[in-house]
Design a protein around this ligand. Structure first.
Ligand code: ADP
Ligand code: MG
Length: 694
């Protein structure tokens, strides 16, 4: 009897052989429908062509054997459990036989394996070969228990492997996927023709991935770059792009506060400027003025390398609303930075400085009450603060503009909280990590973008060097020379997680302090780190900024913002512990004055990666390289940034596809979504956790 084809939305429970325990395990993993099942792709493919007969395995060279992974298939002939004599570890040994020869598989400290395996099992194992006391052996291999030959579907060259999911072995998952493929009804095409025409149809794509034909390209299967992968990636990226486009359309329909401009206002703004704007600053500010006067809600990302002068653009934007009766708030990630911004704003504002108000978590109760009152009455027209600005008690008089510095440190929720306080204020997000537009959209959702691609005049390039730990003396010599000239120095130590202790040989901040005090016994040294109370931190920073202390030893609390033009040298210990973009940010703390500056990294590893900083000072290039090396998740250092959870798509690898999806999404929206497309979009957004962007 042949069964009627099933729509992809059918529950997995329609499949045969899916009892309650298995169904529950699938449900737990978020796999409810046939569609979900088909989207759960194999994690690896075994190329039967690469299976090695056991009789063919042999030693190459003297000690280590075949360095790569070897895949073997055989029957377990013998199974033993014992304890090693020296370290008293549980040792599990299985002797594998495939008719051409035998191989010992061994595992340490996994005694449960002896129960999981039994003599007579057919096992597919992959791992590296070593020479043990009894000849060749495979240590700690991953393995899969296989059924009888005829049930595996080994007529095929590629065997897809699935991760075990509770009671569902990889083998069972493979069978379920096969059954789903066999019974699924081809779904309607969701993608617009401009995307779909070069890609396989949805069911065909799933078939290519769950049951790859013999002529598949194994390299593409492994890298996730095959046409079938691209088909699935396009679905994810198109759904994502539609979500962003819809959100944008929604924003453009909302009424934005119109900030009036006039020649007098422009004159007043000019009076705040101590110097001529760079061309890039002028262009960015023009974009912002256009937004603020458009009647639509601004949502703009201002990107610019460290030192490109974003703060001044923020000030001008806030001045525009402050000078016309509104309030602007600047949100920053740390109190150090808040104070720093407040100080520079006061300088720019001159006799208007009274209209500025700081709001910090660490304020004394009375001080805070006064601050809140000034914010609520509208007396404070420039408000600068940290997370404290999100508190319930904070009420604004007329909040019209929010500027967020280093946005990726703020969660989406916090942003929503602030939004609720002030109707629908304009948003300006500033980021010193220059990122490609495609990624900016992924992280920030719907945004317009202005880029400061020009540094203010008179900047000196910063000499960058990388020293091995045994040559660290060279770095300290440079520090000595700078101090002798009357300059100041930053020294940065990585913050060390207690779980790292003992594992790696790291010099922590206390050890570094002791070292610095022995090398520079006569110099004032201040030490700051994240565990200090806010006022203590401010006091110590203050002594360094005022020049009383010559050396500031810090963890990355100084990463953003700190402006001390007299500091001309920075030494970063254990530079390998930092991302490239983070190091570039740190480097931006020196080279802010008229004197030549030095950035010196001490590291014994990852020389090649760190060399990127020696070679270039272009933040865009550094960010790009960092992204390639670490992927977007690590790069932004957060999951909470609201990065969409793609299963197949990769924002770096698939950026060209994303660009096409964005164009297609704009066109689709102009034409109008079909009912089916709207339903599909809704489902995809839940699956991809794109809720925030819709
Ligand atoms: P960012 O926040 O982009 O890293 P800042 O706004 O802190 O950069 O500016 C870096 C330095 O450049 C500051 O000392 C600032 O006073 C100075 N600066 C900003 N704009 C100009 C300009 N147009 N001309 C000269 N110096 C400028
Ligand atoms: Mg800044």
């Amino acid at each position: 009897m042949s069964l009627a084809p099933l729509p992809l939305s059918s529950k997995v429970t329609v499949l045969r052989g899916l009892g309650p325990a298995r169904a529950a395990a699938l449900q737990e993993a978020g796999i409810d429908s046939l569609r979900d099942l088909l989207w759960s792709l194999p994690y690896r493919y075994v190329d039967r062509g690469s299976l090695r007969p056991l009789g063919s395995l042999e030693m190459r060279g003297f000690e280590a054997a075949d360095p790569g992974l070897v895949t073997v298939l055989g029957t377990v002939r013998d199974l033993r459990q014992s304890t090693t004599r020296v370290q008293r570890m549980a040792l599990t040994e299985a002797l594998l036989d495939d008719g051409t020869g035998t191989l010992r598989l061994i595992w340490f400290n996994q005694p449960y394996l002896a129960r999981a395996l039994k003599v007579g099992d057919r096992v597919l194992a992959f791992g590296s070969l070593f020479v043990g006391r009894h000849g060749l052996e495979m240590r700690g291999p991953q393995f899969e228990q296989m059924g009888r030959e005829e049930d595996i579907g080994w007529v095929r060259r590629y065997l897809p492997l699935y991760r075990k999911l509770g009671p569902l072995t990889g083998r069972v998952r493979q069978k379920l996927a096969q059954e789903a493929l066999g019974r699924a009804h081809p779904p309607e095409e969701w993608l617009p023709l401009e995307l779909s025409r070069d890609l396989p149809e949805p069911l065909a794509a799933f078939r290519l991935l769950h049951d790859p034909p013999d002529d598949s390209d194994p390299a593409l299967l492994e890298s996730g770059d095959s046409p079938a992968h691209q088909r699935l990636a396009a679905e994810e990226l198109f759904a994502f792009s539609l979500g962003v486009a819809l959100r944008r359309a929604g924003r453009l329909k909302r009424h934005g506060l119109v900030v009036p401009t006039s020649p007098e206002l422009r004159e007043r703004l000019r009076s705040f400027l101590p110097f001529r704007l760079t061309g890039a600053q002028r262009r960015a500010f023009k974009d912002i003025v256009a937004d603020l006067t458009s009647g639509r809600v601004m949502n703009r990302l201002l990107q610019g390398d460290v030192g490109s002068g974003k703060t001044l653009v923020a000030l001008l934007s806030m001045a525009m609303v402050a000078e016309t009766g509104g309030q602007g708030a600047l949100l920053v990630p740390t109190e150090v930075l808040a104070r720093q911004h407040a100080a520079s704003f006061r300088r720019y504002l001159g006799d208007q400085a009274d209209s500025l108000q700081l709001l910090l978590g660490g304020m004394k109760a009375g001080e805070k009450r006064a601050a809140l009152a000034r914010i609520a009455s509208g007396e404070a027209r420039y408000v600068i603060g940290t997370h404290a600005l999100f508190q319930e008690a904070v009420a604004f008089h007329r909040l019209q503009l929010v500027v967020v510095d280093e946005q990726h440190r703020f969660g989406v929720k916090q942003r929503e909280a602030l939004k609720e306080k002030g109707g629908d204020p304009h948003w300006l997000v500033m980021s010193a990590t220059p990122i490609p537009r495609s990624l900016a959209l992924a992280v920030f959702g719907d945004l317009d973008q202005s880029v400061l691609d020009e540094l203010p005049p008179g900047r000196q390039p910063i000499t960058t060097k990388l020293h091995k730990p045994d040559a660290a003396e060279r770095a300290w010599e440079q520090v000595r020379r700078e101090l002798a000239e009357g300059r100041q120095a930053f020294v940065v130590s990585p913050s060390i997680d207690p779980s790292d202790e003992g594992k790696v040989q790291l010099r922590d901040i206390q050890a570094m302090e002791a070292l610095l005090r022995s090398i520079f016994p006569d110099e004032g040294i201040e030490v700051v780190h994240g565990r200090l109370k806010a006022d203590e931190m401010a006091a110590r920073m203050g002594r360094f900024v005022a020049g009383g202390a010559k050396i500031l030893l810090a963890t990355t609390v100084i990463e953003v913002g700190v402006d001390v033009p007299n500091a001309t040298v920075m030494v970063v210990d254990h530079a390998e512990r930092f991302g490239l973009s983070q190091l570039h940010q740190l480097r931006g703390r020196v080279g802010r004055g008229a004197h030549r500056s030095h950035f010196l990294m001490i590291s014994g590893s990852e020389t090649e990666r760190l060399q990127t900083l020696v070679e270039t000072q272009d933040g865009f290039r550094i960010a790009q390289r960092d992204l390639e090396l670490r992927g977007p998740g690590e790069f932004f250092g957060v999951r909470q940034a609201g990065l969409p959870q793609f299963q197949v798509a990769d924002l770096v690898r698939d950026r060209h596809l994303l660009a096409r999806c964005r164009e297609a999404a704009d066109r689709t929206l102009t034409l109008g979504l079909s009912e089916a497309q709207a339903a599909w979009l809704k489902r995809e957004q839940v699956r991809l956790r794109l809720a925030e962007i819709s």
